[in-house]
Design a protein around this ligand. Structure first.
Ligand code: MN
Length: 196
């Protein structure tokens, strides 16, 4: 059985970029539903005591387990997403990742432009990512629940671009939500910890 992880900050901590009402529903309803459905699907099976990562990998390899893949991957994606944000975050990259971003994209501004573009152009629901792929930084986007774990990549940073992540606060203005997250909320300490 897996558990709904607590948010790493109070529900109102990311205001005004992300409202308490959005986090109340996003964490308390959407994320919780992914946890509950995953638990229902693994109950009484050989995955009952498996880690979320193992559940995702097993389900990804089995076409009969699409629902389990979608729900368990969304559990992982959201847990990762909450950690990618923090009150008073955002702005210029810091630490070791900053020089790697500069050597990969030429400047932080160019990196932000491409990250924002990936999130804005993901058609429908999905995620924008910064990943490590064979030692190189890449910006990717994935549809629905898909994530870097099943592509042999290491996730460093993500932004949820499902409508439930921004619609209460920004309605159809996904680009404004992306700008807000990039400018005000990215937790560079977490990104650097993932980068190692
Ligand atoms: Mn979400």
């Amino acid at each position: 059985m897996i558990e709904l992880p607590k948010l790493p900050y109070p529900e109102n901590a990311l205001e005004p970029t992300i409202s308490a009402r959005t986090l109340e529903f996003h964490h308390g309803k959407h994320h919780k539903a992914y946890v509950d459905t995953t638990n229902k699907l693994i109950s009484g099976t050989d995955l009952e005591n498996a880690s979320v990562e193992d559940i995702i990998k097993k389900a990804a390899a089995d076409p009969s387990k699409t629902t389990l893949f979608n729900n368990s991957a969304q559990v992982w994606n959201h847990d990762f997403y909450w950690k990618c944000l923090k009150p008073g975050g955002g702005g210029a990259p810091s630490g070791n990742i900053a020089s790697k971003i500069n050597s990969t994209w030429g400047s932080a501004d160019k990196f932000f432009e491409e990250l924002k573009n990936a999130g804005a152009t993901q058609f429908g629901s999905g995620w924008a990512w910064l990943v490590l792929d064979n030692g190189e930084l890449k910006i990717t986007k994935t549809p629905n629940a898909d994530n870097p774990l099943t592509h042999g990549q290491k996730a460093l940073l993500t932004i949820d671009v499902w409508e439930h992540a921004y619609y209460l606060d920004y309605q159809n203005r996904r680009a404004d939500y992306l700008s807000g997250v990039i400018e005000k909320l990215i937790n560079w300490d977490f990104v650097n910890a993932n980068f190692g």
